[in-house]
Design a protein around this ligand. Structure first.
Ligand code: EPZ
Length: 417
């Protein structure tokens, strides 16, 4: 397993370029199952999760080419409607294939995605929505069998604005004749990007106040779509600069998708200036100020940035609370941060962070994607050397993280296993 070795206490400087959004690219690539026509998707990051999605599409009967961050998908023979455990276990988001397969073939057999380090990750909201659309759901030997003689339009109120369930139901409903109303769906930019892509394919999806209306169509065409910038990668670099009291510019980003983080960084004592597709950050005050956060659905504070925010707050002058209200177990990184000197007290879903930490380098282990990224940030501001193990977690969501950070002057190297 690859590791990162990091020599800390180095200021960062210069520009760093953001890749396309992993969490937008995944559903958009899968939406190509809704059509037999050619789909060209640009600004796709070169990540393990993208390769896993390509494996699934090829298994299901698509021809997929991926080069220079562009994916070209065409039909290649008939389409399977089952996805085995071997493919699903590599990436939970493969469950997003259920909606398109159900819509086009009225049948999908997909292994239930297991949980992961951050939570059980159930799919009950997805399944309730499919049932409302007329599907029969059966569970057999770890697989979910979803089938329907005919799908019908419905009014679906999601019990929680689940990003994945919203995307699955939008893709399914886009081919269900009649008017489906989705209420309490997620408003993450990655959901909006999928809606824009589906409408580009001929879907009729519109917002009416806090509802989304889907007028089902008979057929969807191919698409030429460019994926939005990754707002979590953007936030990762902004917080990395804040942790190391550096001045950097993040480019190829979409500042409007990171508004609350920008506001909290300003509150914590940083100057943050936004251009159309760039963000410049620099220290404003001598000390980092403590800023409490609660993770929430968009436009609230992104749960994916919670571990990274903890690294910054560990250095603040004062105490603050970080409350994880989205996932039930997203604190696996805390024990590793404590080993590097952080002073964090856990109480249920709330972490109390006593600031003033000067991190010291250590051998640490990633437990999940964003937990791994937070250990890299702690290593950047620690004294001495940090070795981050199980970097494969980080490679799932960050394209060439070590090369991009080294481009800012960070002393970080990948040690191949
Ligand atoms: C997406 O996961 C992202 N992944 C996650 O990013 C992100 O943290 C999450 O949205 C929240 O923003 C991708 O887009 C591939 P949810 P998703 O369904 O869709 C519960 C990263 O680091 N829930 O909005 O799986 C669920 O257990 C990853 O890039 C149900 O109870 O998230 C969780 O507590 C991590 N039943 C909450 O909702 C359901 O049927 C949010 O989950 C579905 C979800």
């Amino acid at each position: 397993m690859d590791k990162f070795t990091i020599q800390g206490n180095t200021k960062l400087t210069g520009q760093i370029k953001v890749s396309g959004s992993k969490n937008s690219a995944l559903p958009i690539i899968i939406s190509s199952l809704l059509t037999d026509e050619k789909c060209v998707i640009k600004n796709v990051p070169n990540l393990h999760d993208i390769s896993s999605t390509i494996d699934i599409l090829q298994y299901l009967g698509k021809k997929v080419e991926f080069k220079n961050n562009t994916i070209t998908i065409t039909k290649n023979g008939c389409c399977k409607t089952d996805i085995p455990y071997e493919l699903v276990k590599k990436m939970r988001a493969s469950f997003l294939s259920a909606g398109p397969l159900l819509a086009r073939y009225k049948h999908a057999t997909i292994s239930l995605p297991g949980g992961c380090a951050i939570g059980i990750r159930p799919v009950d909201i997805h399944l309730k929505g499919f049932s409302k659309l007329g599907a029969k759901i059966k569970q057999k030997g770890g697989d979910i069998l979803i089938s329907a003689k005919k799908l019908k339009p419905a009014k679906i109120i999601l019990g929680f604005p689940s990003v994945g369930a919203s995307q699955n139901l939008l893709m399914c409903a886009s081919l269900v004749e009649g008017k489906t109303i989705l209420e309490n769906i997620a408003r993450e930019p990655e959901v909006d990007d999928l809606i824009n892509c589906l409408n580009g394919m001929g879907a009729k999806i519109s917002y009416q106040a806090n509802k989304v209306i889907v007028e089902g169509v008979k057929k969807l065409s191919g698409i030429n779509h460019t994926v939005i910038a990754d707002r979590i990668e953007t936030g990762t670099y902004l917080i990395a600069a804040a942790c190391t009291k550096s001045t950097i510019e993040v480019i190829n980003c979409e500042p409007e998708n990171d508004e609350i983080l920008i506001e909290y960084l300003q509150e914590a004592g940083f100057n943050v200036k936004c251009g159309k597709n760039s963000i410049k950050i620099s220290p404003r005050t001598k000390n980092v100020k403590p800023v409490h956060i609660k993770t929430a659905p968009y436009p609230g504070f992104a749960t994916d940035l919670q571990p990274l925010w903890m690294v910054l707050m560990s250095q603040a002058k004062g105490t603050c609370e970080v409350s994880e209200d989205i996932f039930e177990n997203r604190f696996m990184h805390v024990a590793e941060l404590v080993r590097m000197g952080a002073n964090i007290h856990m109480e249920g879903k709330t972490a109390s962070i006593m600031g003033g930490t000067s991190f010291t380098g250590a051998n640490v282990m990633s437990s999940d994607l964003r937990g791994g990224a937070c250990l890299v940030l702690a290593g950047l501001c620690a004294s001495g050397e940090t070795v981050v193990d199980r970097v494969y977690h980080i490679d799932r969501g960050y394209e060439q993280l070590e090369k991009k950070l080294a481009g800012l002057g960070a002393k970080i190297k990948r040690k191949k296993a």
